[in-house]
Design a protein around this ligand. Structure first.
Ligand SMILES: [Fe+2]
Length: 441
């Protein structure tokens, strides 16, 4: 795609000219399904270790660094626009040809958005919420599931790994372990074109680790890696319950929040983690869609937030293949309680699942909107004064379009397959940064 001279994006992120697809779509061999069944029980107990991020626990990865030599100009353009816009979604990887059009519908739409938005409204990056490559991050699937669909996305792409980017199939060679391949493509020391990119020109991202804090104008995103289980999310060894999991991330989260407090940071603070702290299940049966809430993980996060005295403005997650937006009302000692959006956006291309599974051949009833789901709170470590499921979509693929200025954070969910930006928007929440309260749209 030709690039106008005035765009701040460096040439390294898209192709100088479109090259032919060098390989046929690589299909999961049918034996992969059998293998998947064999390892099903391991998916509930096999966690993985990982390296500490480069730098100190309170260090930041600056958005400008991801733009390379064009960084200063790109950051200046965002400052001049007085706002930043970016995309976010999880679970994009198409593990079969059948899924591929769904992944393309999202990838093409975010790419079109970058190329058609006015300069002050142009998305500056894509933040991936994990499960980039299915089924388990194998090198041979990266081209079809990541590099090719996003070949014309003209901006940096960051990612935290999901369970599918980290679970190790027994007898995998050490060099082929998923997190090593993930790190090669997202946590490189320097920009380079990896073997996974094949003939394409997107360079490996240089984020400092599988968990990292992205510092951009108006927003800071604290990314956590929630490990390899199907459920629940795990960010620490939980007092010895998961000995293989290092405790780097609890120190890191504490250090990042302390830095926000010490700096009197006034921008938006987002917490991104693949496994959702809240995912719908009916009150009666206790089980809902394909994934449940990760209550222990949330309790750990809440405990650290409470210790430091800083609470994020919003939580972003994937993993469940649908869109869910909750409002958690938290009494954090301020004049008014905080309204904290907890958002699940795991319909980036791999699949779309209902919020409630069919049972015994009976079609399940999806919940309504705006319903009280405070029963999903499980011994919270902060004073929760209520939890509402505000809105959900379990039929459409889609992505988040997030914009932040000095006063407000806006998170919109857009459905794929609708070309007009305004018509594709299914939902929107606005949060006042100073008071952490929701603003009527
Ligand atoms: Fe997942």
């Amino acid at each position: 795609m030709p690039r106008a001279e005035s765009t701040p994006f460096p040439p390294v992120f898209d192709e100088p000219s479109v090259s032919p697809d060098p390989v046929k779509f690589k299909i999961d061999h049918p034996s992969d399904n059998a293998l998947y069944k064999q390892i099903q029980n391991l998916l509930t107990k096999d966690v993985v270790g990982f390296n500490a991020m480069r730098g100190k626990p309170d260090s930041l990865y600056a958005l400008g660094d991801a733009f390379g030599p064009a960084g200063a100009k790109a950051i200046q353009a965002i400052q001049n626009a007085k706002r930043i816009v970016f995309h976010c979604a999880g679970d994009s990887g198409a593990s079969s040809q059948k899924n591929f059009p769904h992944e393309l519908s999202v990838a093409d739409q975010v790419t079109l958005d970058c190329h058609s938005a006015s300069p002050t409204d142009r998305p500056q990056f894509f933040y991936h919420l994990g499960d980039v490559v299915y089924n388990f991050c194998e090198s041979q699937y990266w081209y079809d599931q990541f590099y090719d669909p996003f070949r014309n996305y003209p901006a940096p792409i960051f990612a935290i790994p999901g369970n599918h980017d980290s679970f190790v199939i027994p007898k995998t060679k050490p060099a082929d372990e998923p997190l090593k391949i993930f790190a090669r493509n997202f946590c490189a020391a320097k920009p380079n074109i990896t073997r996974e990119a094949a003939s394409l020109h997107r360079t490996a991202m240089t984020q400092p680790g599988v968990y990292f804090a992205l510092d951009a104008p108006f927003v800071r995103i604290i990314g956590l890696f929630s490990n390899a289980l199907e459920d629940p999310g795990v960010i620490s060894n939980q007092s010895g319950k998961f000995p293989a999991v290092p405790n780097f991330q609890t120190d890191y989260l504490k250090a990042q929040l302390q830095r926000i407090k010490d700096e009197k940071y006034t921008g938006a603070v987002l917490l991104a983690v693949h496994h959702p702290p809240f995912s719908f299940s009916p009150h009666s049966s206790g089980s809902g869609g394909n994934h449940s809430s990760s209550s222990d993980m949330l309790r750990e996060i809440d405990t650290i937030c409470k210790q430091v005295g800083v609470y994020p403005h919003a939580f972003l997650s994937g993993h469940a293949h649908n869109y869910q937006r909750y409002t958690r009302t938290v009494d954090f000692g301020a004049k008014d309680p905080y309204d904290v959006p907890f958002i699940v956006c795991g319909d980036g291309g791999h699949n779309v699942n209902p919020l409630v599974q069919n049972r015994k051949g009976q079609p399940a009833q999806d919940p309504g909107n705006g319903i009280d789901v405070s029963y999903l709170e499980n011994h919270p470590a902060v004073k929760s004064k209520g939890l509402l499921l505000e809105k959900h979509d379990s039929l459409n693929y889609g992505y988040l379009r997030i914009s932040v200025d000095e006063q407000q954070l806006r998170i919109g969910f857009h459905q794929a397959g609708v070309a007009s930006l305004s018509q594709s928007r299914f939902d929107m929440v606005t949060v006042d940064l100073a008071t952490h309260t929701m603003v009527s749209n």
